[in-house]
Design a protein around this ligand. Structure first.
Ligand code: SF4
Ligand code: SF4
Length: 71
């Protein structure tokens, strides 16, 4: 299964990744973190294709993509 990992320390909550994901698997938290940012949250990991569009869009390089190898 492909997945992403979001580095909350780098995320500024800009929301660009939420727009970029064609499957709408990334959303912004409702609750600000200790720095006051509503950081990105990854959900429904089983639907992630590993396309990396979210990571390519992130200006803060906060998203790592782990793509499942194709058979
Ligand atoms: S890798 Fe692709 S499918 Fe997975 S969360 Fe990012 S944009 Fe969405
Ligand atoms: S694009 Fe990057 S900085 Fe912006 S909300 Fe997503 S993970 Fe955070």
């Amino acid at each position: 299964m492909s997945k992403i990992v979001i580095d909350e320390a780098r995320c500024k909550g800009c929301g660009l990744c939420t727009i970029a994901c064609p499957r709408k698997l990334v959303t912004l938290s409702d609750v600000p973190n200790s720095l006051g940012y509503t950081v990105a949250i990854f959900s429904e990991a089983e639907k992630c294709t590993g396309c990396a569009l979210c990571a390519e869009m992130c200006p803060d390089v906060a998203i790592m993509v782990f793509k499942e190898p194709q058979p």
